[in-house]
Each structure stands twice: as structure tokens, then as C-alpha cells.
Write a protein that binds this ligand. Structure first.
Ligand code: ATP
Length: 415
């Protein structure tokens, strides 16, 4: 039986470098929004429309992850609501919604405290939303976060969802002034392939949040690092190095906070007096690899197979994996892998799968001009190609799509 006294004693950090680790929790509301004055002004200007009798039907708030979209939009809208009697704001995160019906129901829940039953359908839910909004102040902003998680499902088309939300009969009948702020990573029209009917009902207002550069990331992180760590536990040069790396790689506050937290844990485990550059490097290396490995393990079989082809050539005598490779080299590598016939992919199939992999951010491609051979597409992994080989055995063991004996015996082809 486990002795829990021993267990907790063994796992307690002695001489921890942290004094208040919560300061590094990305879910924690910052006291102050730093460095987003332009975006705060844009949102404030839009909200001030209330005093002139106009709010846009939609505002797209977009930009890469961890760039402060949610925190900034919520803060400015909240502060405006606190100063304006005729205005209210509600926030709904749609990340976990598996269907358009559940997304609408989530909005219903936020406005009324209850959900509607499935038998009432999307119409019933929207009717409930309009009824609830009648009791709201004259102007309402509904912030819909992670709206890009809304996808086509078997029952509803996102176009219907948006059309109802923007121009639903119940809304028009009641003359409701509802403005929807859509928070997402991409511009929605592009991402969700919205049709022209919906697009014309949207207002085209946009607020863009670019990735953070070094100076802004430094201003956001400094107070949190100071609060989280013991005095002197993150020397200036190490802090600056971490910020520079985080800005260069991600421009994302959430990832930057995680980098410093994990580097601090590594330094504590190693019994160091302070975090070092090596602790940051080790964290970058493992988190990068872990994240990619997870993505690789979740790939459909054909996509994974193509990656084994992209990484299937070894340079002699260096022993390095050849990068970049061409589409024909990928196909040739797959043909040398002793694959069962049903797994042999045509050049065209490989091309399509490479496009998918590029969309997923797993490969980069470009076209090189090769004199008489014409233009040739070059393909390489966006991460260390060795990681595909490292994960191979696990992929074969964990995937249930193939008989492990029949494929992927030895992807290593000499070049
Ligand atoms: N300008 C800022 N000032 C202070 N803290 C910030 C700022 N930007 C981001 N943060 C911190 O980073 C966290 C993540 O930001 P936020 O959730 O707003 O990002 P996001 O752009 O909405 O990301 P995602 O697209 O992944 O949802 C916030 O909770 C906050 O702690």
C-alpha cells in the first residue's frame, strides 16, 4: 500500500525557486492589460457607437493563439458596461461544443441559466435567446470565443447558425440591438467558408491581434516572473534570452509563461540557485518534441505514412536524414518500404496528403527552379525529422488502423 506521508514528502520541492507559481498561470486574469493600446482603442471606439445609436452586427477579433484577444476584449467590454447603463456584455466560450445546437444552447445557458432540450431544435433555442435578450439593456455585446470550433455537423450548417444569429426572425421582430464579437484565430469568412448571404449580414469590422514581439512580451512577462520567482532566481540575461526565444518561436504569452514555469521546475529539480539558459533550452526541446509527438500519434494512417516517406532518405556518409525531398522521392521511399499493396499511394495522393500536412503545420514546401527539369516542389518537416522515426514504433503499436506486421518495417532508405 502506498504510504502517502512518504509520497508527499518525496515529491515536495525542497528549495523551490518559486514563491508564487500562480502568477504564471495563463488562466489567471492579469491585473492590467499591457501593450495592447491600439486594440483597446479600436474596441472602445466601436463600443462608443452606443452613444451615437449604432453598434456593428459583428466584429471579428482575430489573431494567433495567446495574443490577448480574449483578455483584452472582455476587459474593455466589461469596463464599458460598468460605465454604461444601457449596455451589457456576455461571454461564451464555444470550444467544447460538439454541434451547432450545443453552441446555441451554450449561449442560451449564459443568458438564462438553463438549457433547452434537443427536441426543441435550433429554432427553439434561438427563440429562447431572443426572449432572454428582451429583458436586457438596450445594447448587448455577445462575445463568442473560439468560434472557429463551430464546424459543419450532420444536422446544421454554420451558415444557418450565423444567419439565425445575425438576422433571425425573432431578433428582427423584437428589434434587438445585439452585436456579436467573434473571437478566433483566423478570419472567419475564410475559415468557415461562410456564404454570401451570411457575409453580407456581417459588418466587416475587424480587430487584429498580431503575435507579440520581444519588447511587448517582455513588458507582459516581467511583472509575472517577478511575482512568481524568488529574488534573483531568474537573472536578467536568462529572462531576456527566454523572452527572445518565446517571441521568435511563438509570440504567444501562454506558451511563454509555460516555458518559464517548466524551466523553473527543471532548475528546482536540479538543485540550482537560479534558472539557467540550459533549463530554458531543455524545456524548449522537450515541449516542442512532446507537442509534435502528440500530433503525429493522432494522425490518420496515410498522413503518417507520407511523413515516413518525407523522412525516409538518409544521406551517406553523414547518416543525416535528407531534407528537403521531392514528391517523387517521397513516393520512391514509400515503394521501398515493403508496404502491403493497399497502402501504396499514388503520386497524386501523396501530393494531396502533403498539402494537408502543410495545413497542419507539419511540413513546409516551396518550389525550386531546376533548369531543364522545370520547377520542382521541395518538402521538409517543420520539426526535427528524426522525431518521425522516434515515434514510429509507438504509432504502429497504438494505431488500430493497420496490421503492424504489414507496414513500416524499415523506412530508412539510403540516398
Ligand atoms: N496584453 C496583455 N497583458 C497582460 N496579460 C496578457 C496580455 N495578453 C495576454 N495576456 C495573458 O495571456 C493569457 C492568454 O491570453 P488570451 O486568452 O487573451 O489569448 P487569446 O489571444 O485569446 O488566445 P487563444 O486564441 O488561444 O484563445 C491571458 O490570460 C493573460 O494572462
Amino acid at each position: 500500500m502506498t504510504d502517502y506521508d512518504d509520497l508527499f514528502a518525496e515529491t515536495a520541492a525542497s528549495d523551490s525557486l518559486f514563491v508564487d507559481k500562480r502568477a504564471l498561470d495563463p488562466l489567471r486574469e492579469p491585473d492590467e492589460i499591457v501593450a495592447r493600446s491600439e486594440q483597446q482603442q479600436q474596441v472602445a471606439r466601436l463600443l462608443n457607437g452606443v452613444h451615437e445609436g449604432y453598434l456593428p452586427t459583428t466584429v471579428s477579433i482575430y489573431g494567433p493563439p495567446g495574443t490577448g484577444k480574449t483578455v483584452t476584449t472582455r476587459r474593455v467590454c466589461g469596463e464599458f458596461a460598468a460605465r454604461t447603463e444601457t449596455f451589457a456584455v456576455e461571454y461564451v466560450n464555444l470550444k467544447e461544443c460538439r454541434s451547432l445546437f450545443s453552441a446555441a444552447n451554450e449561449i442560451h445557458l449564459e443568458l438564462t441559466g438553463t438549457k433547452r432540450g434537443a427536441y426543441e431544435g435550433l429554432d427553439g433555442v434561438f427563440e429562447g435567446i431572443w426572449e432572454a435578450l428582451e429583458a436586457y439593456p438596450e445594447w448587448t455585446v455577445l462575445i463568442l470565443d473560439e468560434i472557429d470550433h463551430i464546424q459543419h455537423d450532420s444536422n446544421y450548417d454554420p451558415n444557418d447558425f450565423f444567419y439565425r444569429l445575425l438576422r433571425g426572425e425573432g431578433k428582427l421582430k423584437r428589434d434587438l440591438n445585439l452585436s456579436v464579437f467573434l473571437v478566433s484565430n483566423e478570419l472567419l469568412e475564410v475559415d468557415l467558408r461562410l456564404d454570401s448571404r451570411v457575409k453580407s449580414a456581417m459588418d466587416g469590422e475587424e480587430v487584429f491581434f498580431p503575435p507579440y514581439g520581444v519588447a511587448l512580451l517582455e513588458r507582459i512577462l516581467r511583472p509575472r516572473i517577478e511575482q512568481a520567482f524568488r529574488d534573483g532566481a531568474v537573472p536578467d540575461a536568462v529572462f531576456e534570452y527566454g523572452v527572445r526565444e518565446a517571441a521568435r518561436r511563438w509570440g504567444d504569452v501562454r506558451k511563454a509563461l509555460r516555458l518559464f514555469r517548466q524551466a523553473g521546475e527543471t532548475a528546482t529539480e536540479r538543485g540550482l540557485e537560479a534558472v539557467t539558459r540550459e533549463c530554458l533550452d531543455a524545456t524548449i526541446e522537450t515541449t516542442g518534441k512532446e507537442a509534435v509527438t502528440e500530433k503525429l500519434l493522432a494522425l490518420p494512417f496515410n498522413h503518417f505514412l507520407v511523413l515516413t516517406g518525407v523522412t525516409g532518405w538518409t544521406e551517406r556518409p553523414s547518416g543525416e536524414i535528407k531534407q528537403p525531398v521531392t514528391t517523387s522521392e517521397v513516393v520512391a521511399s514509400l515503394h521501398q518500404q515493403n508496404l502491403a499493396e493497399e497502402f501504396l499511394l499514388s503520386e497524386r495522393a501523396v501530393r494531396e496528403l502533403v498539402t494537408d500536412l502543410e495545413t497542419m503545420g507539419l511540413v513546409d514546401t516551396w518550389v525550386d527552379s531546376r533548369g531543364r527539369e522545370g520547377r520542382v516542389k521541395q518538402i521538409e518537416t517543420s520539426f526535427d525529422p528524426q522525431w518521425v522515426r522516434d515515434v514510429l514504433e509507438r504509432y504502429v503499436a497504438e494505431t488500430e488502423q493497420v496490421d503492424p506486421e504489414s507496414v513500416l518495417a524499415d523506412p530508412d532508405v539510403g540516398s
